[in-house]
Write a protein that binds this ligand. Structure first.
Ligand code: AMP
Length: 214
């Protein structure tokens, strides 16, 4: 099964994608994670993406489509994938249709996680992750059981994203409304769209997504 999770930054796409990875064996394809890895490795893609990512703007379609196209050639995608943070523009959505058709991959569900700006801004402002395993935490809603120690892997280093600051978050939300929200209509018109309440707690959102996926 191959699905797209659609929603603004802070909607919980990454959290739900990780849960689907654990429960259903799907592979999470997060273009944000791939681009951050490229920046950290100093590759040409990373160098091209670095400044625009820090500002909260969108990386160019050609770059992102290239990254996804290459990733879809890896054998593990046969397990089924969750597109997390891709596509983000109509041009990317069109390119994805073509890529999937060329590679003989189906798209089974597009799940929109609806939230509101105030909530996503608060969620993003406090979030951080374990530097070792990527488990997500939040200053207000989810601290590790033992302060400074990751519940999952025992790691003691944590990190915050460079673009989780107030200015970049505003730019990211604007980019979402301008460039990405038209995809809701795009997939609705194709009869593929389902919506879940991204404001509900994590387990309830998971239940709603499960009901869609069947
Ligand atoms: P994310 O981790 O999905 O919030 O993405 C972090 C940043 O990476 C975004 O703010 C963009 O700068 C860039 N990015 C990730 N995915 C895309 C995409 N599909 N198209 C353009 N830029 C992207």
């Amino acid at each position: 099964m191959n699905i797209i999770l659609l929603g603004p930054p802070g909607a919980g796409k990454g959290t739900q994608a990780r849960m689907l990875t654990e429960k259903r064996g799907l592979v999470q394809l997060s273009t944000g994670d791939m681009l951050r890895a490229a920046v950290a490795a100093g590759t040409p893609v990373g160098k091209a993406a670095d400044a625009v990512m820090k500002s909260g703007g969108l990386v160019g379609d050609d770059i992102v489509i290239g990254v996804i196209s290459e990733r879809l050639d890896q054998p593990d995608v046969k397990q089924g994938v969750i597109f997390d943070g891709f596509p983000r523009t109509l041009a990317q959505a069109d390119a994805l249709e073509k890529l999937l058709a060329d590679k003989g991959i189906s798209l089974d569900h597009v799940v929109e996680m609806s939230v509101d700006d105030e909530v996503v801004t608060a969620r993003i402002a406090g979030r951080y992750t374990c530097a070792k395993c990527g488990e997500g935490y939040h200053d207000e809603s989810k601290q590790p059981n033992v302060p400074g120690v990751c519940d999952k892997c025992g790691g003691t280093e944590f990190k915050r994203r460079a673009d989780d600051n107030a200015h970049a978050v505003r730019t990211r939300l604007m980019a979402y409304y301008r460039e990405t929200s038209p995809l809701i209509g795009y997939y609705y018109a194709k009869g593929r769209l389902a919506s879940v309440d991204g404001l509900a707690d994590i387990d309830e959102v998971e239940r709603q997504i499960s009901a869609v996926l069947g």
